[in-house]
Design a protein around this ligand. Sequence first.
Ligand SMILES: N[C@@H](CCC[C@H](N)C(=O)O)C(=O)O
Length: 294
Amino acid sequence: MNALAHRRFLKMNGLGNQITVLDLRGTKLKVGEAEARAIASEPRARFDQLMVLHDARTPGTDAFVSIYNVDGSEAGACGNGTRCVAWAMMADPQSGAPGRRELLLETKAGLLPAIRNSEIVFTVDMGEPRLAWDEIPLADPFHDTSRFELQIGPIDDPILHTPCAVNMGNPHAVFFVDDPYAFNLEQIGPLLENHPIFPDRANIELAAVKAPDHIVLRVWERGAGITQACGSGACAALVAAVRRELSDRKATVSLPGGDLTIEWRESDGHVLMTGPVEFEWEGTLAPALFESAA
Ligand SMILES: N[C@@H](CCC[C@H](N)C(=O)O)C(=O)O
């Protein structure tokens, strides 16, 4: 395979979460922070997250996936992007493996089995949430991360306070509120994402439990800002709601871009995320974008 050939990319979305899938399997090419930012500046390849496919590293897996936010930072998990990768590998008429209904992906956060339920609906096993303070990670040793001390706004009348921390392959802080749309997330999001309590920064969720099986959610994403949907954020919100005894272990999570079904499975503690993907267009990226990493 010629490493300097133009590389095909797929522009997709998962409930409006903008995803670009770039297949570098069969090459030694890599994308780093600078390359990710350069690709994000290409109008047709612009993304919230870039999913880069590499040859499998672990026997039994189908591909290793590197994940980048639009600011160039690397993430361990992206639920919506993983469903898009599953479509690209199982259903894309050009590169998909026809007939394949299951595959096993690997990211730096671990193994992610994916199942194709129908033409565009996929379930990803997002694994077990990590809940200890140093696994989130938090800067201070909170014994109970289901309600830890953090607030913004006036000390005696905070705007938001006492979130629940969950690591779903990436760090999340879930604030329970009555109406997620009543907050200026554009303003609050960056303050909380970069709060010193989060040494690796964090994704910030505003969640309202409307019924034991229904959560309304908005997310400020680390490295990407407000997105239409965040799959790992939806998983974190469900896990946080169960930890607070606010919801059932299976619920619909309604995001601005649409609904995901999330289940925190009792039998093995894994979190399953089910939802659709949409293919938008394909294009090619010039080799110059990868030269520095070749
Ligand atoms: N949109 C994603 C989450 C992507 C990663 C996140 N911004 C981070 O840096 O942790 C999803 O669907 O899970």
